[in-house]
Design a protein around this ligand. Structure first.
Ligand SMILES: Cc1cc2nc3c(=O)[nH]c(=O)nc-3n(C[C@H](O)[C@H](O)[C@H](O)COP(=O)(O)OP(=O)(O)OC[C@H]3O[C@@H](n4cnc5c(N)ncnc54)[C@H](O)[C@@H]3O)c2cc1C
Length: 318
């Protein structure tokens, strides 16, 4: 099918997705759109709707496992919808961000104002829209804020309404937030995220603390190899996890630290990371993590739940 003129300047066919995700795996997208404006994003989605083509969304790809068979239909990547506008008032520091604005860039804005959100945002990969989708954050109990739920004022979402697409606004309270998940706004494309924090709460030693947080990550995580960060959410609420062990501790206790499947490895540095040692397939990664799930279930009766999302054609494999 040939692409209409309205989207052909920012949409390509048969695009390999390996460089669009942090695990560096996966096959091709039938179509990949990289819109630079809201209107372009809407046109791409309208085209897909009129042709009854499946749509998937992608930010920076740091929390997805893309199938080796690729992704059918249109993948809309928000990378270029990355504008950040300061809409602060007297009392509140406020940033209106395009879906694809990087957390790192947002972190720098908060850091410049010596405001606490810089602390949890430091070292978090990906963009702000996926930050909302995943309620991304850190586990340090003493930090406030430590998750997106605590800094989001509102989001805008492009959703289907009958035969057309319309943008809706959701306030923080309209969204159902939970650990590494948000619901109540989808399905749809998050196009804008507004973040807010009181101006009065300045943190005096913030630059040092951001640096410390980044160094701590470097010392604990295998950041030199492709990964998706933590593979599993921490199963602290599982009733069988009486000792409240982290996912990494359980995998390590199951004897799997350093285990290799093909070119995928359960990291020797941090057992809740599965790294691509070079040319791993998505299936290698899936098999390694499935084994960890199985062994932890068998030994400790604890269910490990994937934090990342499977994307594309996984039929018959999951
Ligand atoms: C080294 C490393 C460390 C990490 N550390 C952390 C951490 O400390 N804490 C943490 O929470 N996460 C962490 N992560 C995971 C990941 O960075 C976050 O979940 C991040 O928010 C994902 O952002 P992304 O832009 O890469 O999203 P993607 O992986 O591109 O997408 C994630 C999901 O959101 C959907 N999506 C993306 N954009 C939109 C949109 N605009 N509208 C609707 N749906 C959309 C996708 O379809 C997908 O289901 C880490 C990852 C890595 C690689």
């Amino acid at each position: 099918m040939s692409l209409p003129d309205s989207i052909s300047s920012f949409t390509n066919e048969d695009v390999c997705l390996k460089k669009f995700n942090s695990w560096k795996v996966g096959g091709k997208a039938d179509y990949l759109a990289l819109p630079k404006t809201f209107d372009e994003a809407k046109k791409a989605l309208q085209w897909a709707k009129s042709e009854s083509i499946e749509v998937s969304f992608l930010g920076c790809g740091s929390n997805v496992l893309i199938s080796d068979r690729g992704v059918k239909g249109l993948v809309l990547c928000t990378k270029k919808l990355s504008a950040i506008e300061d809409t602060s008032c007297n009392e509140f520091f406020r940033l209106r961000c395009g879906a694809g604005a990087l957390k790192f860039k947002v972190m720098r804005r908060f850091l410049k104002e010596s405001l606490a959100p810089a602390l949890f945002l430091s070292g978090l990969p990906g963009d702000v829209a996926a930050g909302v989708v995943m309620n991304a954050g850190v586990s340090e109990k003493e930090l406030h804020p430590k998750e997106f739920v605590q800094v989001v004022e509102s989001i805008k979402v492009l959703k289907e309404k009958g035969s057309v697409l319309e943008e809706y606004q959701f306030l923080n309270k309209d969204i159902v937030w939970s650990y590494r998940k948000s619901q109540g706004w989808g399905p749809g494309l998050i196009t804008e995220v507004t973040l807010v924090w009181p101006k009065k709460d300045k943190v005096s030693d913030i630059s040092e603390r951001v640096l410390e947080a980044q160094n701590l990550r470097k010392s604990k995580q295998p950041l030199d190899l492709p990964s998706c960060g933590s593979v599993f959410t921490n199963p602290y609420n599982d009733p069988n996890n009486t000792e409240k062990k982290s996912a990494g501790a359980l995998i390590e206790a199951a004897g799997l630290k350093g285990y290799e499947y093909g070119r995928a490895e359960i990291s020797r540095k941090h057992a809740n990371f599965i790294v691509n040692k070079g040319e791993a397939s998505a299936l290698d990664l899936h098999c390694a993590l499935s084994l960890a799930q199985e062994k932890v279930r068998h030994m400790f009766d604890v269910n490990l739940v994937a934090e990342f999302r499977y994307l594309g054609d996984w039929e018959g494999l999951l």
